[in-house]
Unconditional design. Sequence first.
Length: 225
Amino acid sequence: MKNSDIYKYISCDDDESRKAFIKDFEEELKELSKIFSDAFNLLENSPCNQDPSTRASTVSGYIFLAIESAVTATQLLVLGHIAPAGNSMRISYESLCYSALLKKEIKLVVANGKHKFDFYDDYVKKKSHTRADKVIDVVVKNKDGLGLNQGGVDFLVGAKKFYNGYSHASFMLLHSKIKPSTRQLYIAGGYENERLEIFKEQLKFIKRYSKNLNGWIQAVAYNAT
């Protein structure tokens, strides 16, 4: 492959690929746009977003990041980037976890034991058990104290399972780069009809995940103390 070809991939948008994607998934993209818009508006009008305190600003900021990351994931899919889209969704569900864990001044239990700690204080001190890769397990362990029902955490666990391997090389990501009919390798994203099924699965999961955003915002941004 010529260096001029790679430069084109890096510097120019693939308009034909984008048009092909929109032709196949325009209805899904419009539905997701409505879901994201409703979530942003619900957050904007929440008591948490109106509260000037540092804690409340941090909570609403993480919810904003969760919604924005889902929007970015969808944008990346339109450009044909499955792995980066998965990474962006990982940021989204981890951000939701942070918003719930930081909203209340209560003692939480570590995910793998009985030790209790103040998440906000340890988060400010950058303690290891407040890292992003650990927050889902802490939320699951403390869902009742955080005011979350089982359904409120099940979709997070489902998201973790779906996107767990997207930040590493894997069989799934390898085959997302291979054109079935010719075994040609896709470079730097791109979309055509032969990739329809794998992208349909990605969009379906983002939609299923994003439909839970409003419920999460209600539970967290309208009940933060």
